[in-house]
Design a protein around this ligand. Structure first.
Ligand SMILES: [Zn+2]
Ligand SMILES: [Zn+2]
Length: 390
């Protein structure tokens, strides 16, 4: 049977009087205009500056101006890869090298793709989203420079470090599955040339969220961003979140319920996407979490003083022992999450619970995926899920 994304599947009738789940209620012209205005201009200010977006959305190592690096300053490296968002599911606090002076947004998808073949690395490039519906994976897949490099290759590996796991009908653009786009790219361009694709994920994308442990306001906000636009977004601030909920409720009597339903569908899609990535990938396509050598590689692409600070553990300007510890714990947690999905069928997939003390293992250890951690699911139900920035 053909695969149908969750958001396109038939839904049971709504308890609402007219049975509609997808169309707004009848409105007067004034309230309709008000609704449209709110859709364009939500209650919140735009997200903080995303450092990654100041750069070109595609650039190659060989094409950089003199004395510049692919991943830039410590702040830029954090914004792209090192940053850890507050993750109550993993018992992890926010960790950012810019604190206390600032804080990354931590939501950008940044890719570093490197082709390794015949003992050489002939191609390295960096990508990020070109637009809300033009994700970093697509920017990479369509890059003429990358295509030329892989078409000249015979064997080897395209290693793709990515800040956030590829989406699967799970972002605000629900029609898009970067997971399937990567599979298709691999089968079209890499597999015929015997080139493996190794996807290295720095942070999961929504598959670890559990609607049962989220507040209704969090669900409304998550769904509202998808249904009504990116301005319906509080960046985790509780007061702003209440403003988001109030604005959604002003749209119409069933707007909040529609948002909650949309949020649940996004999370279901995210879990399906992770299962697909871990269990349904084509031949010579693999996924794993970051390990110590991945950090060595990414840091080697940053500015010289960032590399020096990384090597010198006594240099605590950016990479304090605490921040390193949180970053590596995030990697271990991501590895355990991927292993969990490797072990379970799509149908059985439930949101993961993770006990950092019990389930953590050195991040590098997880890459062979041999050890099943399905049985190690443990509780951290005491963790406050309200503190997280979604
Ligand atoms: Zn940061
Ligand atoms: Zn995507």
């Amino acid at each position: 049977m053909a695969y149908i994304p969750p958001h396109l599947r038939a839904k049971p009738p709504s308890p609402a009087a007219d049975g509609s789940t997808s169309t707004p209620p009848r409105s007067s012209l004034a309230s309709l205009l008000d609704q449209q205005a709110r859709t364009r201009h939500g209650p919140c200010a735009p997200a903080p500056t995303q450092m990654s977006l100041r750069r070109e959305c595609r650039c190659t190592l060989g094409g950089l101006p003199p004395a510049s690096s692919l991943l830039g300053t410590a702040d830029e490296l954090c914004d792209a890869f090192f940053h850890v968002r507050a993750t109550p599911e993993a018992g992890l606090p926010l960790s950012c090298v810019r604190q206390p002076a600032g804080e990354c947004e931590g939501r950008n998808t940044v890719i570093v793709a490197a082709l390794h073949a015949a003992g050489d690395t002939p191609f390295v490039a960096r990508y990020h989203n070109e637009g809300r519906e033009y994700h970093a994976e697509r920017v990479m897949i369509e890059h003429a420079g990358l295509l030329a490099a892989v078409r000249a290759a015979r064997g080897g590996c395209l290693r793709v470090h990515i800040s956030l796991q590829p989406c699967h009908h799970s972002s605000a653009s629900r029609d898009i599955s970067c997971t399937r786009a990567l599979f298709a790219f691999h089968e079209r361009e890499l597999l015929p040339r015997g080139v493996a694709l190794e996807l290295v994920v720095a942070y999961p994308y929504r598959s670890h969220w559990d609607a049962e442990h989220m507040t209704r306001a969090e669900l409304i906000e998550l769904g509202a961003r998808t249904l009504f636009g990116p301005r319906y977004h509080s960046n985790g601030n509780a007061t702003d979140r209440e403003a988001v909920v109030a604005a959604v409720e002003r749209i119409g009597p069933d707007a909040a319920d529609r948002a909650v339903e949309a949020a649940r569908q996004l999370m279901e899609s995210a879990r399906e996407g992770t299962a697909l990535l871990c269990r349904g990938a084509p031949h010579l396509f693999s996924v794993r979490a970051m390990g110590p050598e991945d950090w060595e590689w990414l840091v080697s692409l940053a500015d010289g003083e960032v590399q020096a600070a990384w090597r010198d553990v006594a240099d605590e300007r950016w990479f304090t022992p605490e921040r390193r510890k949180i970053r590596f714990a995030a990697d271990a947690w991501t590895a355990a999450l991927l292993d969990l999905y490797r072990c379970q069928s799509v149908e059985d997939q439930e949101p993961m619970e993770f006990n950092q003390e019990k389930d953590s293992k050195p991040a590098g250890e997880a890459r062979d995926g041999a050890e099943c951690v399905c049985a190690s699911v443990s509780s951290n139900k005491g963790a406050s899920l309200r503190a997280g920035s979604r």
